[in-house]
Design a protein around this ligand. Structure first.
Ligand code: DX5
Ligand code: ZN
Length: 226
């Protein structure tokens, strides 16, 4: 995978039909998704539970693009190998998930995946300054993690601008996660983000049997950013 800073949309399967992930992924990719965002929640780091490595392994063959696994779990380290073995391309851990984010990022790369670090809305951009040479992606949370369909937190725009400045020429993606829709996407894209995660704004109005709205929703986000 060569580095590419063009705008990418990463639909979050959190907003899709949990009984039908394989078909949902194939439908949203056919409608133009660039990456597939996979939200793993443990009911401990965040107040919601989704699924773990075995579900990730099961959906992997359905993903032709990029499998972007967002770990909202603590601890992280005991599970890194399992998510890498499940076929994750990117594994993103939260800087708030434990005392040793540096070790966690080393372990993600050692397991053969690209390493991402996520920042909750209450964490400043400066938290990743010591980590910039060991990450492939910084994820700016623009909601408090745990649930889809929440309201975009606007402080993330200034944080994105600050990160873009810090990152300079380094080959690091800036991903925005939470409340992305045609109104908020241009703000973060303009501030320097290149990966936009969107759950409800992509999956709303469509289904596996009627997937055209997925494409129209992604087109609306892209158009708003152009
Ligand atoms: C929130 C998750 C997000 C979520 C985004 O904890 O990390 O990826 O699916 O959902 P929307 O786009 O609906 O805010
Ligand atoms: Zn996410």
């Amino acid at each position: 995978m060569s580095f590419d800073r063009s705008l990418k949309i990463a639909p979050s399967i959190l907003a899709s039909d949990f009984a039908n992930f394989g078909a949902e992924i194939e439908a949203v990719e056919a409608q133009g998704a660039d990456w597939i965002h996979v939200d793993v929640m443990d009911g401990h780091f965040v107040p919601n539970i989704t699924f773990g490595p075995s579900t990730c392994a099961a959906i992997r063959p359905h993903i032709k693009t990029v499998m972007d696994v967002h770990l909202m779990i603590a601890p992280v380290d005991p599970y890194i190998q399992a998510f890498a073995d499940a076929g994750a391309d990117f594994i993103t851990a939260h800087v708030e998930a434990g005392p040793h984010i540096h070790r966690t990022l080393q372990a993600i790369r050692a397991a053969g995946a690209k390493a991402g670090v996520a920042l909750n809305p209450g964490t400043p951009a400066s938290a990743v300054a010591p980590l910039l040479d060991m990450v492939d992606l910084v994820c700016v949370m623009t909601v408090n993690p745990g649930f889809g369909g929440q309201k975009f937190i606007h402080e993330g725009v200034a944080k994105t601008r600050e990160l873009r400045e810090m990152i300079g020429d380094r080959e690091i993606h800036i991903e925005i996660d939470g409340g992305v829709d045609p109104d908020t996407a241009p703000l973060v894209a303009g501030a320097g983000a290149d990966v936009l995660v969107a759950g409800s704004a992509v999956f709303r109005g469509g289904s596996v049997s009627d997937p055209a709205p997925y494409g129209a929703n992604m087109t609306a986000i892209r158009k708003a950013c152009s």
